[in-house]
Structures are given as C-alpha cells and as structure tokens.
Design a binder for this molecule. Sequence first.
Ligand SMILES: [Zn+2]
Length: 142
Amino acid sequence: MFILKNEIQFDMAHYLSGYKGKCANIHGHRYRLIVKIMSETLHQEGQLRGMVDDFGNIKKVLKEIEDFFDHKLILEDNEEGRIIGKSLSQMPNNFKIIYVPYRTTAEEMSRHIFNMLKERGLKVYEVELFETPSNSCIYKED
Ligand SMILES: [Zn+2]
C-alpha cells in the first residue's frame, strides 16, 4: 500500500462546553494536522502516472480545511455555545464564529476532518490532529 502524507497548521479558539478546570475558559491552540492518503495502486497513465494523487490536489483540499478553522472561534451548537456566540456577535469586531454539532475536542475534530476529506474525494488512511506539541488524536476507520 502507498501512503501520502501531508501537513498543515492552523490557529483556532474553542470552548469546551461543560468542562471544569483550566480549559473551561475560551482559549486557543496552534493545531497541527497530519493527513495520510492511501492507495493500493498507482495511476497507470496520463498526468498522474506513477502517482497516488498529485500533492497539489491534496494541498488544495487541505487549504479548505485550514480556511474552515483558521483564526476562528469554534463553538458547539448547543445552548451554551449559542449564548457565547450571540453575546460576541453584539460586539462591533465582527468575530468569526463557526458552530459545529459536537464538543470541540481533538477527538471529535479529527473525525470531522476525516469526513471532510472523504467528502472531497480523498481516500483517507488516517488523520492525526495535534492540539499541543505532545497531545494528539489519531482517527481512522477500517
Ligand atoms: Zn483546548
């Protein structure tokens, strides 16, 4: 099997709904995302001969992932998230807020990203999302 590996980083703020402790505050991370694309075979002809995929194609998809999360506040789409989002939207700053249907943990985010890549036609082997330099979550499906 061939596995292509690619990586991006993005800055994102989040809020862990229902969490008690230091991370109960809105805070941010520099996320590091490592994506692995798999294939049993290589293209036999044309522009992609001898390749799993063009690295440029993968980069284009990863740019979409980066744009979705980068420099945004990601909130869970629940009552608490809506209250925070609503109060921030009354500020003149035009904060960029994205709502997602899950608690914004590295686990849920890595599964979300895995599915975003799949929906865009990539054959994903696994996604690894680092929330800090020493903590990451790997998501894969059989
Ligand atoms: Zn955090």
